[in-house]
Design a protein. Structure first.
Length: 331
């Protein structure tokens, strides 16, 4: 970059990006996109629906329009295609819950410097303790998986597999999609008791109750009961220390049939640990919220799996919206 090209534009853009973030969060929190649906509405009409201040409402609608989340014509606002597909409740691709999960994380990210200085989490509320936060987290995971599973599941061959363990499976979205693709497959979700009601509701909505069951448990503290010929670990390892990751993988291997397949899906860093961007940032998110979680590199995950006796390790490539990837192997 020449001196003439050198300017603080990138710095200022990144520094002020939270303005856009907070604007989107407000739009989702107020449910503006769902209220509009397929209709158009003036600022005054939206304020009446929200029982909000007209001036503030119009400012928000104008900003959302400037961000291309709304279209403004003749002083009336309507959803763009992007917002209609992803931000209107009832859409199968709705991502509003994960947006609200991000909203709940903002306060802790504002204290990142403290977490770095003292090396301990600063997040006051844990997602599985606060009801509102837990719902946003669980349904947010469901939102993301509903968009990702159709891209991911076809890349994984589970032909002949009979019983899948979805470890820490939350609402069970991946288990559902694997069972939808493989009619002879059954699945077990192993997760915290606070997850059961949401998971069973979603499982029932897909008519999968006869093929997918739920086991209460904390996989960091309990052994894993049963025998499985495929284990799906989606976004599990990043919440734990290297030592606890190794213990969890050991428990999984002990619960697997000979020849069983293990699949690790996570935000995986390159071995240099400084790319891709999202896993690097997500590692900071774990610093803010956990005592020892982090994003792991390909080498680190492969070393953990190898130490537990997992062989034929390979990476499964697929198009991911958030730089997640899969490492697979066999026992």
């Amino acid at each position: 970059m020449s001196r003439q090209e050198l300017n603080p534009g990138k710095i200022l853009q990144i520094s002020g990006n939270y303005w856009e973030t907070c604007t989107l969060h407000a739009g989702v929190k107020l449910d503006i996109f769902s209220i509009l649906g397929s209709e158009s509405m003036s600022g005054e009409e939206m304020a009446k629906k929200l029982k909000s201040d007209i001036r503030g409402t119009i400012m928000l609608l104008n900003a959302l329009s400037a961000m291309d989340f709304l279209e403004k014509k003749d002083n009336k606002y309507s959803n763009t295609t992007l917002s209609f597909v992803f931000l209107v409740k009832g859409s199968s691709k709705y991502v509003g819950h994960i947006v609200m999960h991000h909203h709940h994380l903002v306060e802790s990210w504002n204290r990142l410097d403290q977490a770095v200085m003292y090396g301990r989490p600063v997040r006051d509320k844990v997602s599985h303790f606060e009801k509102e936060h837990r719902e946003s987290f669980l349904m947010g995971m469901f939102n993301l998986a509903m968009n990702l599973a159709p891209l991911l599941v076809p890349k994984i061959d589970l032909s002949g597999r009979r019983h899948l363990l979805d470890l820490g499976g939350g609402p069970g979205t991946y288990a559902i999609h694997f069972c939808m693709k493989y009619p002879d497959l059954k699945a077990t979700i192993f997760d915290l008791p606070t997850t059961r009601l949401v998971a069973e509701k979603i499982i029932n909505s897909f008519d999968m109750a006869e093929r997918i069951n739920f086991i209460d448990g904390d996989y960091t503290a309990k052994d894993i009961k049963g025998k499985y010929d495929v284990v799906w670990m989606s976004h599990i390892l990043h919440g734990e220390s290297p030592e606890d990751c190794q213990k969890i993988i050991g428990k999984i291997v002990s619960a697997m049939e000979p020849g069983g397949m293990i699949l690790v899906h996570d935000f995986i860093l390159e071995n240099s640990m400084d790319s891709p961007l999202f896993p690097a940032l997500f590692s900071l998110n774990m610093l803010l919220g956990t005592s020892s979680g982090q994003s792991y590199s390909k080498r680190q995950i492969k070393d953990m799996l190898t130490k537990a006796g997992v062989i034929k390790l390979h990476r499964i490539d697929f198009e991911s919206m958030n730089d997640s990837s899969i490492i697979a192997g066999f026992v």
